[in-house]
Design a protein around this ligand. Structure first.
Ligand code: GAR
Length: 199
């Protein structure tokens, strides 16, 4: 059974969705460890309620690489095969990314390369796009940038606020992330340049 390490900072709805897919048998994996960089993350409580192993490694005021070294040691202790960032709102150090080449996934609430960074849903509305979506990608050394594993598009309505758009996107995120994780765990893909090609 492939082992996932899930990194969170907040609400944890993507974590919850991944755990739900595993429980329902639609994702063949186990969650080996949930790591939060914030002690007050709601996702930590969700993980504990589900009986998942959790660790909090507070990052406030800590040097990025020093924090990532602690995170990496924890991932190694739990023999993680794949790391999933699920609302992890902290940039990873190049050091950590080099330890886990093509072994870290992220989900982002826009159709990358549009609207990287914070508040992607608000950025999309303010820009005036009619279509947005969510992206699962491998993490490389640049923000919201690595090879794209999967994307889903949805319409932006004239009446949308960042909140209504986020809520609709989140439903898509919860489905897309599990699918993308399954694909990566299956190994049935190859990466050519920036392209992730199914094999
Ligand atoms: C999700 O919408 C995720 O796509 C986004 O944060 C939210 C976390 O929600 N991530 C990013 O913006 C990363 N750049 P969750 O804690 O409920 O899963």
């Amino acid at each position: 059974m492939k082992r996932l390490g899930i990194l969170i900072s907040g609400r944890g709805s993507n974590l919850e969705a991944i755990a739900g897919h595993i429980e329902a048998g639609s994702l063949d994996a186990e969650i080996a460890i949930v790591i939060s960089n914030r002690p007050d993350a709601r996702g930590l409580a969700i993980a504990r309620q589900r009986g998942l192993p959790t660790v909090c490694i507070p990052s406030k005021g800590m040097d990025r690489e020093a924090h990532d070294r602690l995170t990496f040691a924890t991932l190694q202790n739990h023999q993680v095969d794949l790391v999933c960032l699920a609302g992890y709102m902290r940039l990873l150090s190049p050091w950590l990314i080099q330890q886990l080449p093509q072994r870290i996934l992220n989900i982002h609430p826009s159709l990358l390369p549009a609207f990287p960074g914070l508040e992607a849903q608000r950025q999309a509305i303010e820009y005036g796009v009619k279509v947005t979506g969510c992206t699962v990608h491998f993490v490389d050394e640049h923000l919201d940038h690595g090879p794209i594993v999967a994307q889903t598009a949805i319409a932006v309505e004239d009446t949308d606020t960042p909140e209504t758009l986020s809520a609709r996107l989140l439903r898509e995120e919860h489905r897309l992330y599990a699918e993308a994780i399954a694909l990566v765990l299956s190994g049935r893909y190859r990466i050519e340049g920036r392209r992730v090609i199914r094999t």
